[in-house]
Design a protein around this ligand. Structure first.
Ligand code: SAM
Length: 291
């Protein structure tokens, strides 16, 4: 197994050869444990039929395992310095397409259409740069990519928030945003020791399985997400107080009481106790009353 990139020895060799210095600002923590990578790939449900989209290949630790286990790999790397490294470390594999681009600016739809087979099952899989986990995932979710799942290593606290259920400490607008598009589950906790250099935070693997359709019906998605955010704006305040604050001049207290009643919600509850369905009922009621 010494041949794999994802070993301390080989990783150090590659870093030395290219005189590579980690950029903290790009969230560069490389994985040096091939078992962890194979567990993640297995959790993602990737097999030889599947296409994989990787964000941030680094020196190619995960990319290499994907090249072996998947049909094709599409990988986006922002750091110019890593391109010659990857060309070298992944030279033995002919089923990888590497793109030098910021994933936040990439037209992933277009690439997916051109690169993968029509109807091929596609999975996003990554050890994400922690400083932009949420923007990356929200971009890919909102774009409605034709992928089956997202399996990503991220900061454990963020994974917990994305997968949280009502009435838990981690539950908030991020839970609703993610679970509107996917079923979310934390599938692994990962020790710091599998990274070089080790990150400052704990890590976990989050699996998001795309839904066929949203679990609730909303009149207007942006309006719905705005209301959800408003209800969590001040976590210790009641639903009613958060709504009064949010609507300020556009809806008076009577109207807010009226809407809460119509939606069948007790205004003294807190946002953290509402299910996605209750948020949808609330947003739809306000939408009807104010539009
Ligand atoms: N996949 C490798 C591994 O597991 O060893 C590296 C993971 S490292 C946590 C994150 C990688 O994402 C780095 O290679 C970094 O340069 C890259 N990256 C950071 N921001 C990016 C962006 N906006 N678009 C694409 N790649 C990015």
């Amino acid at each position: 197994t010494a041949k794999w990139i994802a070993t301390p020895k080989r990783t150090r060799e590659i870093l030395d050869t290219y005189n590579f210095s980690f950029k903290k600002s790009l969230g560069q923590n490389f994985i040096i444990d091939v078992n962890i990578l194979n567990n993640i790939i297995q959790k993602a449900g990737i097999d030889k039929e599947a296409g994989a989209i990787e964000i941030g290949p680094g020196i190619g630790a995960l990319t290499e395992q994907l090249a072996v286990k998947a049909d094709k790999v599409l990988a986006y790397e922002i750091d110019q310095r890593l391109l010659p490294v990857l060309e070298d470390t992944l030279a033995a594999y002919d089923n990888i397409h590497l793109i030098h681009q910021d994933i936040l600016k990439a037209n992933v739809h277009e690439m997916v259409k051109n690169y993968f087979e029509h109807g091929q099952p596609i999975h996003v899989i990554a050890n994400l740069p922690y400083y932009i986990t949420t923007p990356i995932l929200m971009k890919l979710l909102r774009e409605n990519l034709p992928v089956m799942s997202f399996t990503v290593m991220i900061q454990k606290e963020v994974a917990d928030r994305m997968a949280a259920e009502p009435n838990s400490k981690s539950y908030g607008s991020l839970s609703i945003a993610v679970q509107y598009y996917t079923e979310a589950e934390v599938v692994m906790h990962v020790p710091k020791t599998v990274f070089m250099p080790p990150p400052n935070v704990d890590s976990g693997v989050l699996k998001l399985t795309k839904r066929g359709k949203p679990p609730v019906q909303v009149a207007d998605e942006d309006y719905f997400f705005d209301i959800v955010q408003a209800c969590f704006a001040q976590r210790r305040k009641t639903l009613r107080n958060n709504l009064v604050r949010y609507f300020k001049t556009t809806a008076d207290k009577e109207m807010i009481s009226d809407a809460l009643e119509k939606a069948g919600l007790d205004g003294t509850r807190r946002g953290e106790s509402l299910t996605m369905q209750e948020f949808a009922d609330l947003a739809n009621t306000f939408y009807q009353m104010t539009k």
